[in-house]
Design a protein around this ligand. Structure first.
Ligand SMILES: [Zn+2]
Length: 431
């Protein structure tokens, strides 16, 4: 297919930058990239002659491929228990991850940031097109103090997270001093982590803590940020639910607060001033963990904090806090349901459908440090596209319906084409 250039024309383009859709748009794809994007009539005659294949999109809407900034491919969603891995060899767990990567991609997510669970090998296999999946950024593990959100040591003395979820060779996430924090971040760098995930508050699903508790002291968060920055400018994402953990994370200067349910106006103003992102993970709040599969205590934490989350997020948006799409897929949300978050950002955060799409494309790319390559449909960027027959601006929930996600293109290759829209013009992602 070398030398081919494919013109998708008669498209309605939502380019991810937040502007009104462009009717009568055309996109010229050459190899992995978008070579030209604009109104069909503005395509220069010379370029027009170079086009080897044309596809009439018949007015269908094109969006950038979506970016989920908070997923856990090592966790099963509702399709099992996080503890299933205690009875499974790591090879079997790996093969289950491959299914989750594929279904996520086929439902419109072309880039995903795994914030605990996957190691760098998954990223490599996807990048080499050995397996279909979203382009991956991996945190490998999550760092918290002992008895914090990363500590899943069972009463019998067994480390359930290490045994059932993490892959062999992944570093431990438990850290109690500033010096240990520097060591842990360096271990993650050596393990190939793209970013650093901390837990500065307790969690809903963890057995020994409460979201109101501090999970890392401020000086440890600062040390992690400093080490991450010193190693290639890596970014720091922080799980923080209760106020003490959020305050510590925001004031230490983290890049994103994940969850952020107990944000108050004082902290919202500080986040807005610093340009820090909130990743509200609303999809996660729609399901309370099954008390039979976890514990009554964990169930009760979920019921309480999910309501707080849904009531708090709109005020954060009103206060000017930037929001990026993230779902916590794998924890309670099923893999592949990621774009449900767009509807929830409209329903609970008060975003317009267009702004929700921007939160899941351009803004998510910015949070991930990928603005140069993905997040918008613009010349020079990688050709990551979602083509839908629905109008997401009048029905944002449509994007959560796989039947409406007709085509997913990643790196100029077809991940799925449910409507046979593209024929064989673009090559398949994984032949
Ligand atoms: Zn998470």
């Amino acid at each position: 297919m070398a030398g081919t250039s494919v013109l998708l024309h008669n498209a309605r383009l939502i380019d991810g930058n937040g502007g009104d859709p462009l009717p009568g748009a055309a996109l010229l794809i050459r190899d992995t990239r978008l070579e030209w994007v604009g109104r069909t009539e503005d395509l220069a005659p010379g370029t027009r002659r170079d086009v080897t294949h044309r596809v009439d999109l018949a007015g269908r809407t094109v969006c950038p491929g979506f970016i989920d900034t908070h997923v856990h491919f090592a966790l099963p969603g509702t399709k099992g228990s996080a503890l299933d891995g205690l009875r499974e060899p790591p090879t079997y767990r790996t093969l289950k991850v491959l299914e989750r990567l594929r279904v996520t991609l086929e439902n419109g997510v072309t880039t995903a940031r795994d914030l605990m669970g996957l190691d760098a090998g998954f990223r490599q296999a996807v990048a080499e097109r050995r397996v279909p999946g979203p382009r991956l950024l991996v945190a490998v593990t999550m760092l918290s103090q002992h008895a914090g959100h990363a500590d899943f040591t069972m009463a019998g003395g067994f480390d359930a997270l290490a045994a059932a979820v993490m892959f062999p060779g992944s570093p431990t996430g438990l850290v109690d001093t500033v010096d240990e924090m520097r060591l842990r971040v360096r271990e993650l760098v050596a393990a190939g982590a793209d970013c650093v995930k901390l837990a500065s508050s307790g969690g809903v699903s963890s057995p020994h803590d409460d979201p109101e508790w501090l999970g890392l002291r401020p000086e440890m968060i600062r040390a992690a940020i400093e080490e991450a920055a010193a190693h290639g400018g890596r970014r720091v994402a922080v799980h923080a639910i209760g106020r003490p953990g959020i305050a510590a994370a925001v004031r230490a200067g983290v890049h994103s607060v994940e969850h952020g349910y107990a944000l108050d106006d004082e902290l919202r103003a500080e986040m807005a001033d610093r340009g820090q992102f909130l990743v509200p993970t609303l999809t996660e709040t729609m399901t309370d963990l099954d008390p039979a599969r976890t514990s009554p205590a964990i169930h009760a934490k979920g019921v309480r904090w999910h309501r707080v989350a849904q009531e708090s997020v709109a005020r954060s948006v009103e206060a000017g806090v930037r929001v990026a799409m993230g779902t916590d897929a794998g924890l309670t949300p099923d893999h592949g349901t990621n774009l449900r978050e767009l509807e929830l950002l409209v329903r609970f955060a008060g975003l317009t459908p267009l702004r929700a799409i921007t939160a899941g494309t351009r803004d998510a790319a910015e949070l991930c440090g990928l603005s140069d390559t993905v997040g918008t449909v613009e010349a020079g960027k990688l050709a990551d596209l979602v083509i839908t027959g629905a109008d997401p601006l009048s029905d944002i929930a449509a994007l959560a319906d796989p039947r409406q996600v007709l085509v997913v293109v990643k790196d100029g290759r077809v991940a799925i084409d449910r409507g046979a829209v593209l024929g064989d013009t673009l090559p398949p992602l994984c032949p």
